[in-house]
Design a protein around this ligand. Structure first.
Ligand code: SF4
Length: 237
């Protein structure tokens, strides 16, 4: 990774830029995309597949994170012939203000920008305007995180009401399904997707088969993890 730029104020903490590849999950699964993966997260899910973005006991922050000027990210994206850019993490919303600036630059460059978030931090009006779609992934009990940390109902309601959000839930077992049924009713969530947890082809396929019937029963969409089926847990894919 490159080093920080002293005195550079319009920077984001970036874990990695990669693509073109395919969006592997959710409503845009299979679409050609570039990925901007930001560093830092306000949660610590037990099954997290990107711990190198936030777990500084297991990974070196200096080696895994770079302070990158917004202009450098926009310039990288401009050199690649790809319409869709996915901003992900970690949790991108903890860098909310500069994130908004980056999204605006990318949109000005002719891109469509989707944002992946755990849904704990509500978007402001400026971000709502510039992002074309939010993939909101609230965490269920299987994440191992206490409910008061992982479910922020006001923030989830803000995403629900913005008209640009789809909700994607990682399901690790029957208890997660029960919790999702209750949460969906309580918050009147529409456009719900469920996805298995797993970083191997075998675990993703097994999870998809287990989730198919519950998804049909409850009116949910089902998403694979295409990048895992194609490339396992290889980084930068
Ligand atoms: S919210 Fe996402 S990035 Fe953060 S710990 Fe959970 S799975 Fe990992």
């Amino acid at each position: 990774m490159t080093t920080s730029t002293p005195g550079q104020s319009r920077v984001l903490q970036v874990a990695e830029l990669f693509g073109p590849t395919f969006q592997g999950e959710g409503p845009s699964c299979g679409q050609r995309a570039l990925f901007v993966r930001l560093s830092g997260c306000n949660l610590d899910c037990g099954w997290c597949d990107t711990p190198y973005t936030w777990d500084w006991e297991r990974f070196s922050r200096d080696k895994q994170t770079v302070d990158m000027p917004l202009a450098a990210i926009a310039s990288w994206a401009a050199g690649l012939d790809t319409d869709l850019i996915v901003i992900t993490g970690g949790e991108p919303m903890i860098q909310h203000r500069r994130l908004r600036e980056l999204a605006a630059e990318l949109v000005a460059g002719g891109h469509r920008v989707e944002l992946e978030t755990n849904g704990t931090i509500a978007p402001d009006a400026a971000l709502l305007e510039v992002i074309s779609a939010f993939n909101v992934s609230p965490k269920l009990n299987g994440s191992g995180i206490p409910e008061q940390r992982r479910l922020r109902r006001q923030a989830l309601a803000a995403f629900r009401d913005c008209g640009k959000a789809e909700f994607k839930f990682v399901i690790t077992g029957p208890a997660d399904i029960e919790e999702l049924v209750q949460l969906q009713t309580e918050l009147s969530l529409q456009r719900v997707w469920v996805m298995p947890e797993g970083t191997t082809e075998a675990s993703v396929l097994a999870g998809l088969r287990e989730l198919a019937e519950p998804a049909l029963t409850h009116g949910w969409n089902l998403t694979s993890r295409l990048h895992v089926l194609l490339w396992g847990d290889e980084r930068g894919r």
